[in-house]
Design a protein around this ligand. Structure first.
Ligand code: SF4
Length: 440
């Protein structure tokens, strides 16, 4: 049966999609690029916030139309949306044939095999799938990087976040298994391994004797030939001296993604982030001292209940002080099953949106100033592939740019670069978050 899979949401979902495709390909199902050619359509959904749920439902409905007028015989929905709302989806969306949650991904082969028989594997299985290095994985993206899920689930209990409900408790993969996967990816030509999980710095805590995240990063640097290793989502509450020492010694890219969420202690407490603004400022200084030329990325959530004008001012002052290189700002969305929708002093969504725009303005100025210092610098660039901007031949990234969330380096000279390879480039121009490089 010809299968097409659409992935929505975060890199962790992309890993799940590649694992499902790996199993389907191994079972003999051809994977097709165009949904119109598929006999079986799979949508791997996201349910992080209401906008993501809306996108998931719209995608399901759009693909369902192909069932009426194409060769498609079955529509299977997987991922966080079905893990969370599986029963409702089967009840209210008759166009969906089968569902699978975030667990038991190997079941996708059976579901595709029996295609049109309605099956609910989402409600009966516990959340969160943890794979091992031997699981077949089909790398679908034509890019030189791959995401590697080192753990699944989260025990932190931030009061705005529903992820633990559908990804379950924190569980780590064994250290040797992650090392084996990354080494294998390097042998397949992948140039950059991006380590993802819900709570990356909690890695190893649930596996006594396994080692912690610092040990994993040291082992990946020593025992694999992966050129770039990039851990993501480092929760500041877990940072300590021992970790900083290991981060400084590990062969990882000089890039730290540390979601701070806010800069006011009252809001941080209500969010249950287990860290203060002063401690986070201290960590930022420690990271800059420990890792030469480190690029710092963060995430901020505005409009959380109880975010007064004074608390918002504290956040702005915190950001001015920390001067992150990159920042993603989100507005609060009340998630069912989390404590925060019942908190007093909910913030009007319009005000939250205004605050998000202010944060973005502040950050643009800081980031562009920091980026401007790069003009004239000679840097390693990983060439991801052809440029989406027709004015340039290629698009690549420096170590300070994570794929899909940060800017890129545009490269003009077609003959001077090769997709999937590293090159030395001089930064000739800076335009906001984007850089223009020339071969040296
Ligand atoms: S650390 Fe907090 S925000 Fe991140 S997944 Fe866990 S509960 Fe959610």
């Amino acid at each position: 049966m010809k299968v097409h899979l659409t992935t929505l949401g975060c890199p962790k979902n992309q890993v799940d999609s590649e694992l499902m495709l790996g199993r389907l390909a191994a079972a003999g199902h051809p994977i097709v690029e165009r949904a119109e050619e598929a006999e079986c359509l799979i949508v791997n959904t996201c349910a992080f916030i209401d906008r993501a749920r809306e996108e998931s439902v719209n995608t399901i409905l759009a693909l369902a139309r192909l069932k009426q007028r194409g060769v498609c015989r079955a529509l299977i929905v997987t991922g966080c949306l079905t893990q969370r709302y599986g029963g409702e989806i089967l009840r209210e969306m008759p166009e969906v044939d089968s569902i699978l949650g975030t667990s038991g991904l190997e079941r996708i082969v059976d579901l595709v095999g029996q295609a049109a028989n309605r099956e609910d594997w989402a409600s009966s299985a516990p959340p969160g799938y943890l794979y091992d290095a031997s699981a077949p994985r089909l790398l679908t993206a034509k890019v030189p990087y791959a995401y590697v899920k080192i753990a699944e689930g989260c025990d932190m209990g931030c009061t705005f976040c529903a992820i633990p409900q559908f990804r379950g408790k924190h569980r780590s993969r064994p250290l040797h298994d992650v090392v084996a996967e990354v080494d294998n990816l390097a042998k397949r030509g992948v140039q950059e391994a991006i380590l993802v999980s819900q709570d990356t710095l909690a890695y190893g805590r649930d596996l006594p004797g396994n080692g912690d995240i610092g040990d994993l990063l040291l082992a990946l640097g020593e025992d694999t030939r992966m050129p770039w290793i990039r851990p993501m989502y480092l929760h500041p509450a877990h940072v300590n001296e021992r970790l900083l020492d290991k981060l400084a010694r590990a062969r990882i890219v000089p890039y730290v993604d540390m979601p701070v969420q806010h800069g006011d202690d009252g809001v941080l407490r209500a969010m249950r982030r287990a860290v203060t603004a002063r401690r986070m400022t201290e960590i930022v200084g420690q990271l800059r001292a420990a890792i030469a030329d480190v690029t710092l990325r963060t995430t901020v959530l505005v409009g959380f209940p109880g975010e007064t004008p004074a608390a918002f001012e504290k956040l702005l002052a915190f950001l001015e002080d920390a001067r992150f290189d990159r920042l993603g700002v989100f507005t609060y969305s009340p998630e069912a099953g989390t404590p925060s929708p019942d908190y007093p002093d909910q913030v009007d969504p319009e005000l939250a949106a205004e605050r998000a725009a202010i944060v973005q303005d502040v950050q643009d100025r800081i980031a562009w100033e920091r980026n401007a210092r790069l003009v004239g610098a000679v840097v390693d660039v990983l060439v991801d592939g052809p440029s989406e901007d027709p004015a340039f031949a290629w698009e690549g990234r420096t170590a300070g740019q994570a794929p899909e969330i940060d800017g890129v380096v545009y490269l003009r000279d077609r003959a001077a670069f090769t997709a999937g390879h590293f090159a030395r480039a001089r930064i000739a121009e800076v335009e906001g978050y984007e850089l223009v490089g020339e071969r040296v």
